[in-house]
Design a protein around this ligand. Structure first.
Ligand SMILES: C[S@@+](CC[C@H](N)C(=O)[O-])C[C@H]1O[C@@H](n2cnc3c(N)ncnc32)[C@H](O)[C@@H]1O
Length: 221
């Protein structure tokens, strides 16, 4: 599938389920949600420590719950998503925040202008052969040293490429082994800082995980 087909498919699929998806993510909390919050707060701490004047991009922000969270944590953040229905929901909750319909393949940001990127379960729909394009786009817009936090679905049984298709309810998706995804990120200049695996995932869902990286600075060697 080419970029245009992939993007159109994802947009259409998420437009259809946007309200349902929002009810789910803003519904009752799961015990493991605290782990997601911990990772996102660690990401926010790194942005804060960097002292950048740039904003953070919540890339594939969906209904905007993490854009909202980061803003409340004092991190200037804007959300970008393919789905106009998702963006409409995000604006409904926080009309004061910046939300844009757009694609992670082509972010509306100058080179090295962004303090960090949050990709919270949004890369899962990128066909693996197109992943390098998105990672190159993140690397283009991010300031050196800025953090990139990726939330994704984990597999332990992939072949040598490190990914398997996943029967996601909304749209075609891919699970990755943490090592393979970390390698792909490394190829685009993202140095791993740490990772988390959520073991007690809700029934029927594969384990979720996080890779916390930062865009290399020249002194990283
Ligand atoms: C599983 S949802 C995650 C939404 C939100 N980040 C969250 O954590 O709840 C995936 C989202 O990524 C968006 N998405 C997928 N591919 C995208 C792309 N290439 N550019 C922008 N948004 C994308 C979808 O439209 C969808 O809203």
């Amino acid at each position: 599938m080419g970029e245009n087909d992939a993007v159109e498919r994802t947009r259409r699929d998420y437009d259809e389920v946007a309200e349902l998806y929002n009810d789910l993510v803003r519904g009752p909390e799961d015990a493991t949600d605290a782990l997601s919050v911990a990772m996102i707060n660690a990401f926010a701490d790194i942005v804060r420590a960097g002292g950048s004047e740039g904003a953070v991009v919540d890339a594939g922000c969906g209904p905007g719950q993490w854009t909202d969270h980061l803003d409340r944590a004092g991190i200037r953040t804007y959300g970008v998503d393919l789905s106009p229905a998702m963006i409409a929901i995000a604006r409904r909750y926080r009309p004061d925040l910046r939300y844009e319909v757009g694609s992670m393949f082509r972010l509306d940001a100058a080179d090295e202008s962004v303090a960090g990127v949050l990709a919270h379960f949004s890369l899962i729909h990128t066909p693996p052969d197109l992943l390098p394009r998105v990672l190159a786009e993140y690397a283009r817009v991010m300031e050196p040293g800025g953090p990139l936090l990726v939330g994704f679905q984990i597999t332990d049984t992939a072949d040598a490429d490190g990914w398997v298709p996943y029967d996601h309810k909304a749209s075609p998706a891919y699970r990755w082994t943490p090592d393979a995804l970390a390698d792909r990120l490394g190829e685009h200049g993202f140095t791993e800082l740490g990772r988390l695996r959520i073991v007690a995932q809700a029934p029927g869902k594969p384990p979720g995980g996080y890779l916390l990286t930062r865009r290399a600075v020249p002194s990283d060697g």
